[in-house]
Design a protein around this ligand. Structure first.
Ligand SMILES: [Zn+2]
Length: 142
């Protein structure tokens, strides 16, 4: 807790609050750089939104009477396509969404069979492109 506060104060004042000694080296271990989440939250709605109401990084879950019905989001490759996936077990195929720290994970992977042909996983809000996806240029965008 103190470390967080310390960092916060350091950031606010641009120097260490304990005098800013010359050669002061933070003892805090470097946190491993991890990819920033692409979808940072799951937006739960009870009605399927219009496509133009879906933002670039909105991950929308349509839930009716606590039953997940659909997941909707724009293709992360940037093509702008709205991808809608059924979360209903009666449908084939269907997907599952799990929330970790508010961020979505999607099972199984998504493979667009037309248009951009993107093939990717969403794990903890991060988009993981599958190698072998026909559209290799999407990897350059991330
Ligand atoms: Zn796409």
């Amino acid at each position: 807790m103190f470390n967080i506060l310390h960092k916060l104060i350091s950031n606010l004042f641009g120097k260490s609050p304990d005098g800013g000694k010359a050669g002061h080296v933070s003892r805090k271990r470097e946190t491993r750089s991890k990819p920033a989440a692409y979808f940072t939250s799951v937006i739960e709605v009870d009605k399927t939104p219009r496509n133009d109401a879906i933002g670039d990084r909105d991950f929308i879950m349509v839930v009716h009477q606590r039953k997940p019905l659909w997941a909707l989001f724009r293709c992360p490759c940037g093509c702008g396509n709205v991808i809608s996936l059924s979360l209903q077990k009666l449908h084939s195929p269907h997907w599952r969404v799990k929330k970790r720290a508010g961020m979505p994970s999607l099972y199984p992977s998504v493979w667009q069979n037309k248009g951009c042909c993107s093939h990717f996983w969403i794990k903890k809000g991060c988009v993981q492109w599958c190698l072998g996806s026909m559209n290799t240029s999407v990897n350059d965008k991330l």
